[in-house]
Design a protein around this ligand. Structure first.
Ligand code: FAD
Length: 330
């Protein structure tokens, strides 16, 4: 509700609720609105894993109030696999899992294309590579490939490794299995020779303790997120050969835990107009706003942390009659 260029309240369940200090937009991103995603994001999202009510209402309200927008191309990207949960298939974030030993990702050409142990958000850069001739995404579709030792030891996402696996007919619907890599490639419709040579190269590099192709295991992050039962000062917590039949695959779909573009704010969480001035009475915090993290991800809590900080700043600024808390903002 805007009166005399000031946000003075909001319509909640049909009633106007007036605000003495201001209105804080804290209603999440726009990842569940396919049109907004198509209009703004730098890559596709097939599987948002946040609450489905995040449909961009806050973004629309901010735009109506004349807000300047920022970081609109970005989301907290997260590769997913559809897995059975409570009797139905649901998207499950798998990037951490894909970085454990005996597991790689390949594209439709049967080739690896990223460090599978990198952080989930950064992995999107590999998924968004475009072939300039065809304008198609080079690395989608994509499959995660793992051997039976991996599955027995770790399960997969929400699926315990003890679950019986029958390669071929009768296997679980989320997983494709075969007794050898050629059979697996045939079932996936990717070149058999390419998949076999990708795995052979991977296994030989693993035997040498290095991934010269994508540097998996070279960063402390890769090793830390690997299998904790290995020595994390070595690459063994993330590198491991694919050698034990049957071999398994699951389709990877691009997902997100939320978008992170929206109205720009100052360091007091006040929403800015197109001229860079605060819109009186309007604040934003969390995924609804233009994230201060830009395209990046700072590590565990890197999403919740800034949301909480800007929620705090919005409250403080509103309580101090609209003066941004510049000392806190640094
Ligand atoms: C599966 C999953 C795992 C995660 N794990 C981590 C983690 O380990 N660490 C971490 O830091 N972050 C994690 N995150 C990210 C973190 O949860 C989000 O960044 C954070 O919840 C964003 O907070 P928010 O308040 O901006 O939005 P949300 O928490 O998404 O809340 C927005 C709320 O607004 C409501 N809403 C939307 N429109 C309206 C409307 N018109 N009126 C009223 N209400 C509305 C929505 O229903 C929703 O409840 C994870 C996210 C997911 C999905």
């Amino acid at each position: 509700v805007i009166e005399d260029e000031r946000v003075v309240g909001a319509v909640i369940a049909g009633d106007i609720v007036r605000a003495r200090r201001g209105v804080v937009l804290a209603c999440g991103g726009f990842e569940w609105d396919p049109d907004l995603c198509r209009a703004f994001l730098r890559g596709p999202i097939e599987r948002p894993v946040s609450v489905s009510t995040n449909t961009g209402d806050g973004l629309r309200m901010a735009m109506r109030a004349g807000a300047a927008l920022g970081n609109m191309r970005e989301a907290w990207w997260y590769p997913t696999v559809d897995l059975p949960v409570d009797g139905e298939l649901r998207p499950f974030q798998i990037m951490t899992h894909a970085g454990w030993p005996r597991c790689i990702m390949v594209n439709a050409q049967g080739k690896r294309f990223l460090n599978e142990a990198t952080n989930y958000n950064a992995s999107a850069a590999a998924f968004h590579v475009i072939d300039p001739d065809t304008m198609r995404l080079v690395n989608l579709p994509c499959w995660v490939i793992f051997d039976h030792d991996h599955f027995s030891r770790y399960g997969f996402g929400a699926v315990p490794g003890a679950e019986p696996v029958t390669p071929g007919d009768g296997g679980p619907e989320w997983m494709v299995s075969a007794d050898d890599l050629r059979g697996l490639a045939e079932k996936l419709g990717i070149p058999t020779g390419a998949l076999v040579s990708t795995v052979e190269r991977w296994n030989s590099n693993v035997a040498g303790g290095r991934d010269p192709d994508f540097g998996r295991g070279e960063h402390a992050h890769d090793r830390w997120w690997g299998d904790p039962s290995f020595d994390r000062s070595t690459t063994a917590s993330t590198l491991g050969p694919l050698e034990t039949a049957p071999f398994h695959a699951a389709r990877v779909r691009p997902g997100t835990i939320g978008t992170k573009g929206g109205p720009r704010t100052n360091a007091g969480a006040q929403v800015l107009d197109l001229g860079g001035e605060p819109i009186p009475g309007l604040f934003a915090a969390g995924n609804v706003m233009a994230s201060c993290m830009g395209p990046g991800y700072g590590g565990a809590g890197g999403t919740l942390g800034p949301a909480i900080v800007f929620g705090y700043l919005a409250g403080r600024t509103a309580a101090t009659a609209g003066q941004p808390v510049t000392a806190v903002a640094g």
